[in-house]
Design a protein around this ligand. Structure first.
Ligand code: GDP
Length: 493
């Protein structure tokens, strides 16, 4: 059996693939899938979308293991191998992180305004979400213009890693703060190297040594103390130490030997950094090119949308004909708004780009439709009657351990012939995004007992259309669940 297990090949499939799609992936006929479903007591047609469990079982039966991927991943454009001779050193892409008010924006602004290319009239005038600066000796650095780790992590959650180096800003007149620690943890989790910038050294009360001590306690031992992290004292306000900081970033980049394919023959690829709808121009989106050269006229697919490059503009507002690796460029020509973190890929033809985008849209719509049939407390009685539900999964978040215990005891006592209540997660504290994701993934309802969701969790619960209920009396929870199981609960308004 162990050998069988090891031999099983993996198929990358979306959560609600059709019998037809699944058959194609496994190289069998749809008829075989339908017949197999029939033996499991399920009647399906060729274009009917299956559920996760069925896909899992059916693939196992045919000797495959299903790996569930998003519609974008499932329709990803096959990557070509880069030719070794096309790989050339590219500029590093840098994100500035740190605690609020420690000087992230000031640093970005200083670098932006000081970088006036010789012979050109203007510096960087446009906020396109990223900009590239030129240093002595034809060296360049690309900065992502959104400071902080939220954007960084949001992109990473979508599978896009664009940052090569993090500049961690810590104010010398303050301390290592919670967001400093978060920035360190996020960078380390992403395995992105950190260069420390101790800011505001112009202030009389600045105490860089204290900051270094605190950083070492947070797992960041700086170089002059024998550690591996480069560190520079700066003043983002007066410009002190900024050149040195840039040198250190470039040294870090050299160690990493960051390379990209600079061939003009390969179709360009990049990541969406930012996108917005402009009244006059339509969709304007910034793409950070990662491979090849993006040119005017190129057809492309980006996330669930597509288009053809109508115009390219740099961060100085100048129209350009092409953009190469590590170069951020503002692109016109999208049919619809992409999302930051979406992959952007040049295709051979409009037709090909449209086919992929349409396929992704169709699958997304189907998924949304499926997700809209989530478990709701007020409709579970009907689902029980129809035999659709045998277990009610519940997540409990409460103010104290005592409350959780009392609730759990109460819920366990609820007796119903058809359905049992299952507590899949419980904890003290606010309802968080992780709770909501867990509920969405396991079709559970969330009970908040004398606690509320945080802002992000609330938004996510709305988006995922999840049933979150709030109580402050234990008896009311038990009563609601009991009534729901008997079909007497009226919908939450
Ligand atoms: P952010 O929240 O990290 O983006 O911080 P900001 O860049 O907005 O800076 C917060 C405050 O610190 C502002 O009032 C800045 O003027 C000030 N500041 C930033 N850098 C320096 C510096 O090097 N020296 C001094 N004295 N003040 C600074």
């Amino acid at each position: 059996d162990a050998i069988k297990e090891a031999q099983r090949s993996i198929i990358r499939v979306t959560e609600f693939a059709t019998a037809h799609e699944l058959a194609d992936l496994m190289g069998v006929t749809p008829k075989e899938i339908i017949q197999h479903c029939f033996t499991m007591g399920k009647f399906v047609t060729i274009n009917q979308r299956l559920d996760k469990e069925t896909i899992e079982l059916v693939s196992l039966e045919f000797g495959f293991e299903a790996e569930f991927v998003s519609e974008v991943e499932a329709t990803e454009v096959v990557e070509l191998e880069d030719n070794e001779e096309d790989l050339v050193i590219r500029p590093p892409v840098v994100t500035i992180m740190g605690h609020v008010d420690h000087g992230k924006t000031s640093l970005l602004d200083y670098i932006r305004s000081s970088n006036v290319v010789a012979g050109e009239s203007g510096g960087i005038t446009q906020h396109i979400g990223a900009y590239e600066v030129s240093l002595d000796g034809d060296r360049k650095i690309t900065f992502l213009d959104t400071p902080g780790h939220e954007a960084f992590t949001a992109m990473r959650a979508r599978g896009a890693q664009v940052t090569d180096i993090v500049i961690l800003v810590v104010s010398a007149d303050d301390s290592v703060m919670p967001q400093t620690i978060e920035a360190i943890n996020h960078s380390k989790a992403a395995e992105v190297p950190i260069v420390v910038a101790i800011n505001k050294i112009d202030k009389p009360e600045a105490n860089p040594e204290k900051i270094k001590t605190q950083l070492s306690e947070a797992g960041v031992l700086v170089e002059d103390w024998g550690g591996e992290y480069q560190c520079q004292e700066i003043s983002a306000k007066q410009g002190t130490g900024i050149d040195e900081l840039m040198e250190k970033v470039l040294t870090e980049a050299e160690i990493r030997e960051l390379k990209a394919n600079f061939s003009r023959e390969v179709p360009a690829r990049g990541i969406i950094v930012e996108a917005e709808l402009d009244k006059g121009k339509g969709v304007v989106s910034t793409v950070l090119v990662q491979r090849g050269f993006l040119k005017v006229g190129d057809p492309f697919v980006a996330g669930h949308t597509m288009g053809r490059v109508r115009a390219l503009m740099d961060e100085r507002g100048k129209r350009i004909r092409e953009a190469g690796p590590s170069q951020p460029v503002s692109v016109l020509g999208f049919e619809d708004l992409p999302q930051s973190g979406d992959e952007f890929t040049v295709m051979l033809s409009d037709k090909e780009a449209r086919e992929i985008a349409q396929k992704r849209q169709i699958i997304r719509r189907e998924h949304e439709f499926r997700r809209s049939t989530r478990v709701k407390l007020d409709s579970i009685a009907r689902q029980i009657k129809e035999g659709l539900m045998k277990e009610l999964s519940v997540i409990i978040k409460a103010d104290t351990d005592g409350s959780i215990q009392a609730l759990a005891d109460g819920l366990m006592k609820i007796q119903n012939e058809e359905v049992k209540v299952q507590i899949i997660h419980q904890g003290v504290g606010q309802i968080t995004e992780t709770d909501v994701l867990l509920a969405a993934a396991s079709d559970a309802i969330i009970i908040g007992f004398r606690v509320r969701p945080n802002v992000n969790a609330k938004k996510l619960a709305e988006k995922e259309d999840l049933d979150v209920r709030f109580y402050s009396v234990i008896y009311h929870v038990i009563e609601d669940i009991e009534q729901a199981l008997e079909g007497m609960l009226s919908p939450e308004l």
